[in-house]
Design a protein around this ligand. Structure first.
Ligand code: ADP
Length: 489
């Protein structure tokens, strides 16, 4: 099959979150299955033109009020032959930031910027003389491509192309004032309640949910959750209506980067067979974070965006969060790596100064995130919601027992500990409250001190799990086949 991935992020070129990892890894995995996969994204200012190939000739894109002239550049994804095309347009992408910058987190011309991406992705296919069987768009910023295939008469030459839209996080929908709607170049006929319109505003994600042939999201449990009001961010009704077209497929892990047996960013490599060497990494982590180098005390790690989605209010909220109690009442150490909401960064600094067994590093640090996965005994992830989650999978692979909330991809990857039998791979908390985080961390510490054989068995069980992309890529292949079959009916 010819598969076009339309996205606003793809590693190693542009990344703000898991979406960027997923798009590139899935593209490479599908290409290994024999498909002709190509990726298209904007050429943001940070992507150096000198490192790209220029695709000759300007490309005119009919977009809203005007024809926009763009340049096209190309590269390939690392260790693959998957081509990546970059849409170059100074006015739209010639600035810092993918969706925004700290002073303006959501650029006010994002509807224009990402409408251009949708139109340009399809125009690119004509330019390079390559017709996709599947247009696969990821999250709201790429949503216009499938919407255009369904609603815009200028793309009738794509009538045999089926569309797939993946929800990586339904919390981000691309909602803007309707005065910007003309930038999509769609007719006002499509601005109605079962289309683009959302309480008199425009909503990119909603329009893609209505118009794409098939929908996917990044774990089976999240696929069910988003059909409920508590998790659906107001899209639950549409998703229930489209439930027969919605599939949850777990993201894989980039095992080239995340593998304790080969990880170049950790002091001592280890496998399930040599797990005792993990202790050296614990020592190194304690040293780096300025904690006593005590092998006997359980070390709880955390690597996270400091955002409400991650349960940080219940953990670090001033006066009511449970972190202070956890660190003073339970005999353990805790390390946190994260950046995000200012109140939370402030709170972490305060805990840093007041608790001798707590250490936080505020910022983004790739090598420290690897050291935490390798050196910690437990990994805490009390997410409010988690479409898939990567860190709990990294933790399992690194023999670091996850303590997670019962939501989304965390449910699909972690099995709860059974104290009687010793079964399970982690510790699961049901409700997101400061008390239940405290109780579950306490339970993990209890197991550490009293059931060390169980703890070791759980570590090994986790390390033997497989989270590669090959299985997921085959599931996407099935979705594509079904989309094309439906199209022919
Ligand atoms: P999300 O995409 O919602 O942030 P995921 O668990 O799916 O959550 O992916 C987060 C990724 O970002 C992981 O690879 C994690 O290690 C990484 N990450 C998050 N915060 C930091 C940080 N401060 N420093 C280094 N890596 C981080």
């Amino acid at each position: 099959m010819n598969i076009l991935m339309v996205t606003s992020e793809a590693v190693p070129f542009a990344k703000t979150g898991g979406l960027a990892d997923a798009v590139s890894a899935l593209s490479v995995a599908l290409s290994k299955l024999g498909h002709d996969v190509r990726v298209v994204l904007p050429r943001y200012y940070r992507i150096d033109r000198n490192k790209l190939e220029h695709v000759s000739g300007p490309m005119g894109v009919h977009c809203g009020y005007q024809e926009i002239w763009t340049g096209v550049y190309s590269a390939v994804l690392p260790d693959s032959t998957v081509p990546v095309y970059f849409i170059d347009h100074e006015q739209s992408y010639g600035r810092d930031g993918i969706y925004g910058i700290p002073e303006e987190p959501d650029f006010n011309d994002n509807p224009q910027r990402f409408s251009l991406l949708g139109h340009a992705a399809l125009q690119l296919c004509r330019k390079i003389g390559w017709m996709p069987d599947i247009v696969h768009a990821h999250d709201w910023a790429a949503a216009l491509a499938p919407i255009l295939l369904k609603f815009h008469e200028a793309y009738s030459d794509f009538s045999a192309t089926a569309s797939v839209f993946t929800i990586h996080n339904i919390g981000y929908q691309g909602i803007y004032g309707k005065h910007l709607y003309p930038h999509t170049a769609l007719s006002w006929d499509n601005f109605y309640a079962a289309g683009f319109e959302d309480w008199d505003r425009m909503n990119f994600l909603k329009a893609a949910l209505v118009s794409s042939d098939k929908l996917t999201t990044v774990s089976p449990t999240y696929a069910k959750e988003i059909q409920r009001p508590e998790y659906g961010f107001r899209m639950d009704g549409i998703l229930r209506y489209r439930s027969s077209d919605l599939t949850g497929i777990l993201n894989g892990v980039d095992t080239g980067t995340w593998n304790p047996g080969k990880d170049k960013l950790i002091p001592v490599k280890y496998t399930a067979k040599t797990i005792e060497k993990k202790a050296e990494n614990k020592k190194a982590l304690q040293k780096r974070m300025g904690l006593p180098q005590n092998p006997d005390v359980p070390l709880i790690g955390m690597v996270t965006r400091l955002a409400d989605q991650k349960g940080v209010s219940e953990l670090f909220g001033p006066s009511y969060g449970s972190a202070h109690r956890i660190c003073t009442e339970i005999d353990l150490q805790m390390v946190v790596l994260g950046s995000g909401e200012p109140w939370c960064e402030q709170e972490l600094s305060t805990l840093n100064h007041t608790l001798p067994n707590f250490s936080a590093y505020i910022g983004y640090d790739d090598s420290l995130s690897h050291l935490i996965e390798a050196g910690a005994d437990f990994f805490l992830m009390p997410s409010r919601y988690e479409p898939c989650g990567l860190n709990q999978m990294y933790s399992l692979m690194y023999g670091t027992i996850p303590i997670v909330r019962k939501t989304g991809g965390l449910v699909d990857t972690v099995e709860n500990y059974n104290e009687q039998t010793g079964e399970g791979t982690g510790f699961i908390l049901d409700h997101l409250t400061p008390q239940s985080i405290y109780d579950t961390v306490g339970w993990a510490a209890y197991a550490w001190y009293n059931k060390r054989d169980h703890v070791r068995e759980m570590q090994i069980r986790g390390m033997n799990k497989k989270f590669g992309w090959d299985v997921s890529a085959k599931q996407y292949e099935d979705v594509y086949k079904n989309a094309l079959l439906d199209k022919k009916r």
